[in-house]
Design a binder for this molecule. Structure first.
Ligand code: KG4
Ligand code: ZN
Length: 389
């Protein structure tokens, strides 16, 4: 079947079309079209993501992304035909909260023939509620005009599948598996006893790790998003072996649970740098010490979770898993100390938000798809937990 997937949970507007052959998890997948617009340049001006701006940008770019994804998939066939008044009214009703999106979609639908799409998969949470709503309304609008079922999916499940997907198949996992999910909104250790079964065994008590990267970067005068910037500076400090500017704590390193806390670390950076003139080298040294602290804590907690659960597989996912130092440290450590453990990390292009992962999660839950009428019940849940997926 052909799945059209929509991701709008934060600051990426993404639409993919994936052809699937077989049932999850034993299917083969072909990415027919993959369109992504990153709003980062827009949010950079504000130093972070503002939900109202993200919502406006999603509404502005969803139709162009749909057009690009369908065109790549060779499913965009020109066929000019006016829509009936009944249909345009219905679309405007569904999209009533997304100004301008109805007109753009109606214009698009009047230009092209109905593509061969069998299922629409859309992120319903977690994320920024106003941003999520745009994607959900758009999914409902397409579902109603094409009469296609819709499946709402959990963004974090998407990150897990994104990490193990090799571009055409989902590998056979040895269970139990532990997933370390590190992103701008989440820091979680999740136990999987089987496919689509998730138990949250640890999480951050305050800031998410990506959020801490972004906030510390801001204190150091670096642009948004801060993760890649900190990573670059830290690499310079390691390469030049720069002296330590200030020692930072390793929060909750010795606590007996699998929880995290990063807000104290962020505060420690603030105290270390306040009222001081920082040289380029000082900033690089702080970035390195911060990255070292985060990596040490993530590694120890993950190791604890693996020992505790007897996991045979480790999956690392979420935007922060693009971090070179974290990737290398985990790879080297587990390769040496846990040679029987299979470790998955996403390819870099699938580590941050994308819609391929939303198609995979949609396929995993295809049997729970809702009819276009039932899809009215889908609502955005900014705090959606993996446990209820
Ligand atoms: O998963 P994601 O794209 O969006 C959310 O679902 O939150 O993650 C975005 C987060 C941002 O906080 C960003 O700074 C961080 O991932 N990030 C990184 C790196 N690349 C992105 N953090 C550390 N090192 C990186 N190389
Ligand atoms: Zn994400």
């Amino acid at each position: 079947m052909n799945i059209l997937s929509i991701e709008t949970s934060c600051d990426e507007t993404a639409i993919s079309i994936i052809h699937t052959n077989g049932l999850f998890p034993h299917a083969t997948y072909t990415v027919l079209g993959n369109a992504l617009f990153s709003q980062i340049d827009i949010h950079r001006e504000y130093g972070g993501v503002f939900p109202a701006v993200a919502k406006r940008e999603h509404a502005r770019t969803l139709v162009p992304m749909l057009e690009r994804a369908l065109s790549e998939a060779k499913l965009l066939i020109a066929d000019e035909q006016p829509l009936s008044h009944e249909i345009t009214t219905q679309l405007s009703e569904i999209l009533t909260r997304e100004p301008g999106l109805d007109a753009a979609l109606i214009h698009f639908l009047e230009q092209y023939a109905e593509p061969q799409i069998d299922l629409i998969s859309v992120t319903s949470g977690p994320g920024l509620a106003p941003a999520l709503w745009v994607g959900i309304s758009f999914a409902r609008a397409l579902a109603s005009v094409w009469n296609v079922p819709v499946v709402p999916v959990n963004h974090m499940e998407g990150h897990i599948l994104s990490s193990i997907f090799d571009g055409s198949v989902i590998p056979d996992l040895l269970f139990p598996a532990v997933a370390l999910l590190i992103s701008g909104g989440h820091t979680e250790l999740v136990l999987m006893r089987n496919w689509t079964s998730y138990e949250l065994i640890g999480q951050t008590r305050d800031d998410a790790v990506g959020e801490a990267f972004d906030k510390v970067a801001r204190m150091l005068g670096l642009p948004y998003p801060g993760g890649p910037e900190i990573s670059k500076l830290a690499a310079i400090a390691r390469e030049k072996n720069l002296p330590l500017f200030a020692q930072l704590p390793r929060p909750m390193l010795d606590s007996k649970d699998f929880d995290f806390s990063f807000s104290g670390l962020k505060t420690a950076v603030r105290y270390a740098i306040q009222n001081r003139e920082l040289s380029e080298h000082d900033r690089a040294s702080v970035a390195r010490e911060f990255e070292d602290s985060v990596t040490t804590v993530l590694l120890k907690k993950t190791r604890g979770a693996i020992d505790h659960t007897g996991a045979q597989t480790l999956i690392i996912g979420g935007g922060v898993s693009a971090n070179t130092h974290i990737r290398e440290t985990f790879k080297n450590y587990f390769h040496k100390e846990y040679p029987m453990l299979t470790v998955y990390m996403p390819p870099r292009n699938l580590s941050t938000d994308n819609s391929i992962m939303i198609a995979l999660a949609g396929h995993a839950h295809a049997e729970q798809a809702l009819t276009p009428t039932q899809a009215e019940t889908i609502s955005a849940n900014g705090n959606l937990s993996l446990q209820n997926t």
